[in-house]
Design a protein around this ligand. Structure first.
Ligand code: MN
Length: 287
C-alpha cells in the first residue's frame, strides 16, 4: 500500500443557508467547486441556540443528486412532498436521493426551536450519474445504532462507517457510485490508516482538534485534499483528541450544471428543473 500525500489544506468558508443558519463550508468555493462525486460539505455548528433562535431550511426543492445529513448533537425534523416525515437524532444519518425531484423542509427539532439547544451536524451533497438523476426520490434513514463502529490502532481510533466498507464493517446506506464516508474519532496520538482505491478522490475534514493528514497539518475547520498518489490515507492526531470526516469516492466524470438546489448535466436540464418546480411538478409538502 502507498500512502497518499495531503496536497491542499483548504479553510472552510462561512456561509448562511436556508432561513439563516450559519455553516462552515470547505466546498463549493470559487477555488474548489466540487470534489467529484461530492458537490458540497456543510458543517453546521456546534452552536448553542437561545429559545426561538434556531433556524432551518423551510420548504425547498432538489433534483439530480443526494443530500446526506449526519447529526452529532441535537435533532432535525424533515418532511417532504413524497409524504415522508421523520426525525434525525444524534449519531443518525439520512441519505436522501432527490432523483427527479422532491420538495422538503429540514428544521431543527421543535423543542430546540422553542426551548433552545445545541445543534451540530453535517450535510454532504453527493452527485448522481446521469442515468440516475431522474430516478424516483428515495430515503434511507439510518438510526445511530445501525451505523457500524470500528476500533483501530489498539482502541485509539474509533470509526463510524456511514458509507462504504472498513475493516470488515459495511455501512447500512446504499450508494449509487462507490463512496466511503467515515467519521474518525482519534485519541491523542491515534493513527488512522484506511484503504482508498487510487482512482478515487479523497479528503479529510477536521471537525475538532488538529491532525496531520497525508503529512499535511490541519486544524479544526480545514479540509485536506489528498493527491491521487496512493491507495491508502493516513490521519494522525496530535496531543489532543481529534474528530475528522473522511470522504472518498469514485469520480463520476460527467459534465456538471448546477444552480442552487438543482444539479444536472446541462444548462437546459437546469432550466427544465426550475420550470418543473415552479409548475408544481415536484409536488408540495402536505404532511
Ligand atoms: Mn435540502
Amino acid at each position: 500500500m502507498t500512502s497518499r500525500s495531503g496536497q491542499y489544506v483548504i479553510p472552510a468558508m462561512h456561509a448562511i443557508e436556508g432561513a439563516g443558519f450559519h455553516v462552515r463550508r470547505p466546498f463549493p468555493t470559487p477555488n474548489l467547486p466540487m470534489v467529484d462525486p461530492f458537490l458540497l460539505l456543510d458543517h453546521m455548528g456546534p452552536q448553542d441556540h437561545a429559545p426561538g433562535e434556531a433556524e432551518g431550511a423551510p420548504d425547498h426543492p432538489h433534483r439530480g443528486f443526494e443530500t446526506v445529513s449526519y447529526i452529532l448533537e441535537g435533532a432535525f425534523e424533515h418532511k417532504d412532498s413524497v409524504g415522508n416525515a421523520g426525525r434525525i437524532g444524534p449519531g443518525a444519518v439520512q441519505w436522501m436521493t432527490a432523483g427527479a425531484g422532491v420538495v422538503h423542509s429540514e428544521m431543527p427539532a421543535a423543542e430546540i426551536r422553542t426551548d433552545g439547544g445545541r445543534l451540530h451536524g453535517f450535510q454532504v451533497w453527493v452527485n448522481l450519474p446521469a442515468a440516475a438523476k431522474m430516478m424516483p426520490p428515495r430515503y434511507q434513514d439510518v438510526l445511530a445504532t445501525d451505523v457500524p463502529e470500528v476500533e483501530l490502532d489498539e482502541g485509539r481510533v474509533t470509526v463510524r462507517v456511514i458509507a462504504g466498507d472498513l475493516a470488515g464493517a459495511s455501512a447500512a446506506a446504499r450508494t449509487h457510485t462507490p463512496i466511503a464516508y467515515w467519521h474518525l474519532r482519534l485519541q491523542p496520538g491515534g493513527r488512522f490508516v484506511g484503504p482508498v482505491p487510487d482512482a478515487w478522490n479523497a479528503m479529510a475534514y477536521v471537525v475538532d482538534g488538529s491532525v496531520v493528514a497525508g503529512g499535511a497539518s490541519a486544524d479544526e475547520g480545514h479540509l485536506v485534499l489528498f493527491a491521487p498518489d496512493g491507495d491508502e490515507v493516513v490521519v494522525v492526531a496530535g496531543e489532543a483528541p481529534a474528530d475528522v470526516l473522511l470522504l472518498a469516492g469514485e469520480p463520476i466524470r460527467e459534465p456538471v450544471a448546477r444552480y442552487g438546489p438543482f444539479v444536472m448535466n446541462t444548462r437546459e436540464e437546469i432550466i427544465e428543473a426550475f420550470e418543473d418546480y415552479q409548475a408544481g411538478r415536484m409536488g408540495r409538502i402536505t404532511v
